[in-house]
Design a protein around this ligand. Structure first.
Ligand code: FES
Ligand SMILES: [Fe+2]
Length: 385
């Protein structure tokens, strides 16, 4: 029990709680445990629907060692399958590409429709015999992974056991219901990624709080000061921060991006930045939104995939490039702190640190969520033993 008692300290109120201790950042066993309890059993962000814009687009994604395949089927529905053949478990698709016709396994040519159905099994009953009574095609379709799209993010629940996404995130969906309208990905110039030497949780922890703005983001802080921000948190669900002084990007002729439709005045100068646990960071503003998918590559390496969205399918290219560059600068400014905190976790005996009861409470909210999930899983395992 001593093994888990420290997690009860993490779950204390913010003014007495400890942060998650070192093992959660440097111990491979804990990383694997968290893969199950914080990622595979939750609704984790995998990609964006804009990654497969057209019917037949297929993109293989290795998610924490799990080979997955993102496709857009003939009904334009985005689906996620395990990227393996039901015959001998061969990887089906190696590179992003357009599937014309069927998904053909490169090994023995079993073919699958975009809807996952196994459609042909050449010579399975011997030369020239493409059927065999023991091979029931209906039972051998691609294995579909439970998925849900919100704010264009493709969330997956790998173990299939989580409650419905809409139920878990009902509060956040309602909070941002004004943004429940078409979001148009800005295209190639509105995507960038950062390869960061940190555990994925530290990227969440840093994103949640505005405490670091004056020192890490002096540019932002020049117009958006500490006192212009507020904390956002709902225990067990999500946390982040908001600002009262969002300023639109202006072009040389004072042009701005078009607003999303019918927004209330809260958004005239308001903007919100929320971490949707476990690994998706979202931002909403009157004229654009963004989604960051944190892809955990290993215990101390995370790729941040950043996608920007607008209210219209066509926006000014130069403005889009400028906006992407602005955000890139901001997110790059965060790199040294998330990498520094990661290296800091190698200090023997560090206890997870102490939070500012006021400024760090959204970060603590995330730790509390992590600790609760891990404790639940550990006790379920114990009960099963
Ligand atoms: S492994 Fe796919 S057809 Fe044999
Ligand atoms: Fe930051």
């Amino acid at each position: 029990m001593t093994e888990t008692s420290y997690l009860n300290d993490v779950r204390k109120p913010v003014d007495t709680a400890n942060g998650l201790p070192n093992a959660h950042y440097v111990d491979q066993t804990v990383f694997e445990e968290e893969r199950q309890s914080l990622l595979f059993s939750q609704w984790a962000g995998l990609a964006v629907a804009a990654d497969v814009p057209e019917v037949g687009d297929a993109k293989p994604i290795d998610f924490l060692g799990m080979p997955l395949l993102l496709v857009r089927d003939r009904d334009e529905k985005v689906r996620v399958y395990q990227n393996i053949c039901r015959h001998r478990g061969m990887i089906l698709v190696e590179e992003p590409r357009k599937i014309e016709g069927a998904i053909r396994c490169p090994y023995h040519s079993w073919c699958y429709g975009l809807d996952g159905r196994l459609v042909s099994t050449p010579h399975v009953g011997g030369p020239g015999q493409n059927v065999h009574e023991a091979i029931d095609k209906k039972q051998l379709g691609l294995i579909e992974v439970r998925s849900h799209i919100w704010m264009d993010v493709v969330f997956v629940n790998i173990d299939g056991q989580a409650a419905d996404f809409d139920d878990i995130h009902a509060d956040l969906i309602k909070r941002w219901s004004e943004f429940d309208q078409p979001l148009y990905h800005g295209g190639a110039d509105s995507y960038f990624s950062l390869d960061v030497k940190t555990n994925w949780k530290l990227a969440v922890e840093n994103y949640c709080e505005s405490y670091h703005l004056p020192w890490v983001h002096p540019g932002l802080n020049s117009y958006s000061r500490l006192e212009d921000h507020y904390n956002i948190e709902l225990a067990g669900k999500y946390s982040g921060q908001g600002t009262y002084v969002y300023r639109q990007l202006r072009g040389v002729n004072e042009e701005v991006f078009p607003d999303f439709e019918n927004l209330s005045e809260q958004w005239d100068e308001g903007a919100e930045y929320v971490a949707v646990y476990p690994n998706v960071l979202l931002g909403v503003q009157r004229d654009h939104t963004f989604a960051i998918i944190l892809e955990p590559k290993s215990i101390d390496r995370t790729v941040e995939h950043i996608h920007l969205y607008y209210s219209q399918p066509k926006t000014d290219e130069g403005m889009r490039a400028k906006n992407a560059q602005l955000w890139k600068t901001v997110f790059e400014e965060d790199v040294f702190v998330v990498e520094g905190m990661q290296r800091g976790r190698n200090a023997v005996g560090f206890d997870g640190g102490r939070f500012s009861p006021v400024m760090d409470s959204p970060t603590h909210c995330f730790h509390d969520w992590c600790a609760e999930r891990i404790l639940e899983d550990r006790s379920a395992k114990q009960a099963a033993e």
